[in-house]
Design a protein around this ligand. Structure first.
Ligand code: PXG
Length: 290
């Protein structure tokens, strides 16, 4: 496996980051998870734009222009001769000393891994996931913005652990006001009376690229999509529910906190959108090999 690290390609064994890197010491950095399908990178420019915004929000200067990061991403996939998989693109604050100040980190580091990812067992895409509400709340806008895809994922990691310990496949995160934000690495959608809903980003949902894609696909298919403040009651009483994310794609949810959602099986609108999403991933994106 070839890893891109600060301008060079190196083997997995030699791709190392310093123990003085502030990405490791303080979670000081940003990342993107990007999928490629059928020789094309899905929504590459949307991911790069979000990376740029995340970096800007934490006052991190990207180590190179966005078009060079774009090319490095494509070249990393080429070096590994892959046509389907997952890219993890990480920018850290870089090496500093053992103090918080980012001013002591002269140069950010960037690395790009092209590999594969499986978030949920294939069976769950057929039969649906069980989700539980976590006691861990989504990080608030008053702390680090939940819009930033930062290397600080401990909140989400602990929420995921809660879900696993409760025997569920995924955990639901509420914000500090008790409104539904999203899941640990996915956005959430639900259906009432053939209309589609998803919590607004102001509730703490990441502005997911899959979320935006599914909203657009749904609207093009003639569905109404709204983004209201959402409570667990809205989910418990929904006809259908599903999650979206780069790693998850579109996956049905059939139980929340022990209550069956709708019929307790994946619903028709969920299946329709899964199908439309799959079709789009297979027929669009930035070509890797020209
Ligand atoms: N919410 C959170 C908190 C996320 O981290 C999403 C929603 C979905 O966003 P996108 O843009 O991917 O539709 C994410 C993305 C992983 C992994 O390693 C996690 C994500 C993406 C890729 C891989 O578990 N989370």
């Amino acid at each position: 496996m070839k890893i891109y690290l600060d301008g060079n390609f190196c083997d997995k064994e030699t791709a190392k980051i310093s123990v003085f890197d502030h990405g490791l010491l303080y979670g000081d950095g940003v990342f993107e998870g990007i999928r490629f399908y059928n020789g094309r990178v899905f929504k590459l420019d949307e991911h790069l734009r979000r990376l740029q915004n995340s970096a800007k929000a934490i006052a991190l200067d990207l180590p190179m222009p966005l078009n060079e990061i774009r090319e490095a991403t494509l070249e990393t996939i080429r070096q590994n001769k892959l046509s389907d998989g997952y890219v993890r693109l990480v920018v850290t604050r870089g090496c500093g000393d053992l103090g918080l100040s980012p001013l002591l980190c002269p140069r950010p580091s960037i690395f790009i891994i092209a590999s594969t990812i499986t978030l949920y067992p294939p069976e769950k895409y057929e039969n649906g996931l069980e989700v539980v509400t976590c006691s861990t709340r989504r990080i608030s806008h008053g702390a680090i913005s939940p819009m930033v895809k930062s290397l600080n994922y401990l909140n989400n990691v602990l929420a995921k652990l809660e879900a696993i310990r409760a025997g569920a496949g995924e955990g639901l995160l509420l914000n500090e006001q008790g409104y539904v934000a999203e899941c640990t690495g996915d956005n959430i959608f639900y259906v009432h009376d053939n209309q589609i809903f998803t919590p607004p980003t102001s509730s703490g949902a990441l502005a997911g690229i899959t979320r935006a894609t599914v909203i657009q696909l749904a609207q093009e298919a003639g569905y109404t999509v709204n983004e209201p403040l959402t409570t667990r009651y809205d989910l418990y009483t929904a006809d259908e529910c599903f999650l979206t994310g780069t790693a998850a794609e579109v996956i049905p949810v059939v139980r929340l906190d022990g209550r069956p959602i709708g019929t307790g099986s994946p619903g028709p609108i969920t299946r329709d959108l899964m199908h439309r999403f799959h079709h789009l991933t297979m027929s669009s994106g930035t070509p890797i090999y020209l």
